[in-house]
Write a protein that binds this ligand. Structure first.
Ligand code: SF4
Length: 345
């Protein structure tokens, strides 16, 4: 990659490689001594995992059990194999649906800006379809909540017979019945976040510099030749990353695409491919923002990680991490052992 992982925060000049060994040891010792007086700020989880943005699914998974989401990131090898199989099958079903409406093109990328250019081109190429009242699938969305950059992919956006813009999220299930209330709650939060981000995008809130500053991308970076060629094919002449950002902003704000009117989740049984049921989700902006605020507080290091509350302890029974879970152990020891504020609802 072309990015340094983390800038050094010792405040020392960058000439340490020129120092003789003894001087270097002295510098390090002085640093440690200084550390006793002035404590180094603890890393936030975003910094610890080198994350410049989060995915919407990170937040919805977190709403099931935050501790489980953290273990999933740190110890993915402990995840039950059937969960992995289900996730992979879900991905191929999504791809098959995507291929029904458009082809997938392989493009060589030469920089981080190129990788983001692809996401933006994917978005740009579906705007005319949406404007013409068509149906689009796998639509990338980006936005900022609580100063954290979020990105997601909407399964499907279509106009209903009533002319309303409808989001459809497809969930495949291993078992042939509808999910529990708790699973539905997680999925509701996911689609509500999509609407929150999408609406802000079409309202012109996603300014080009929001993307470059949060993700640390260079607007002046020239795009790779394959990206430029691909952009040309879908009708855009661009040379640098900033050109694409401007185009995205203008196209979104001038397109007259409305906000999302209706949120639907379709649950289907994976093996038989039968529809199990459809849920219509009510969007309550204030509640969505509050929930997002609570989950993002963990990422920003404003509170400790939390596991499930006692009334949801049944979740632990099917959790891949129940044997090693610190939260579960502490809960068994008694409520006074736990750290962190009580989880807000
Ligand atoms: Fe969360 Fe329970 Fe799993 Fe711990 S054991 S990660 S609290 S679901």
């Amino acid at each position: 990659g072309d990015q340094a992982l983390q800038p050094g925060d010792s405040g020392k000049p960058n000439s340490s490689s020129d120092l003789p060994l003894e001087s270097l040891k002295k510098v390090l010792t002085e640093d440690s001594a200084a550390g006793k007086v002035k404590r180094k700020r603890a890393q936030t989880p975003l910094e610890k995992y080198y994350l410049k943005y989060l995915c919407v699914t990170d937040l919805s998974t977190q709403s099931w059990c935050e501790q489980q989401m953290v273990y999933g990131r740190e110890l993915p090898q402990l995840q039950a194999p059937e969960t992995v199989v289900l996730l992979n099958t879900g991905k191929s079903i999504h791809l098959a649906r995507e291929l029904e409406v458009h082809d997938v093109v392989r493009v060589h990328v030469t920089s981080r800006e190129d990788s983001w250019a692809i996401k933006i081109l994917n978005l740009l190429s579906v705007i005319p379809e949406l404007q013409a009242g068509g149906c689009v699938r796998e639509l990338p969305v980006f936005g900022v909540i609580e100063d954290v950059f979020l990105m997601g992919v909407i399964d499907e956006l279509c106009y209903s017979a009533m002319g309303e813009l409808e989001l459809r999220e497809l969930k495949t299930r291993g078992r042939p019945f509808m999910p529990s209330g708790a699973q539905k709650k997680r999925d509701y939060f996911q689609v509500c976040l999509y609407k929150y981000i999408f609406d802000a995008m079409v309202q012109g809130k996603l300014k080009p510099d929001v993307i470059t500053s949060h993700i640390q991308l260079r607007p002046e970076q020239p795009l790779g030749s394959q990206i430029r060629e691909h952009a040309q094919k879908v009708g855009f002449t661009v040379t640098c990353f900033g050109d694409l950002l401007e185009l995205m902003y203008l196209n979104l704000t001038l397109s007259d695409i409305p906000g999302i009117d209706c949120l639907k989740i379709e649950y289907s049984h994976q093996e038989s491919n039968t529809l199990l049921g459809t849920e219509v989700v009510r969007f309550e902006e204030e509640k969505v923002r509050e929930k997002a605020q609570h989950y993002l507080a963990y990422w920003k290091g404003q509170r400790e990680v939390q596991g499930v509350e006692i009334e949801e302890a049944w979740k632990c029974q099917s959790c891949s991490y129940s044997e090693i879970c610190d939260w579960r152990k502490k809960r068994a020891e008694g409520p006074e052992q736990r750290s962190g504020p009580k989880k807000s609802k």
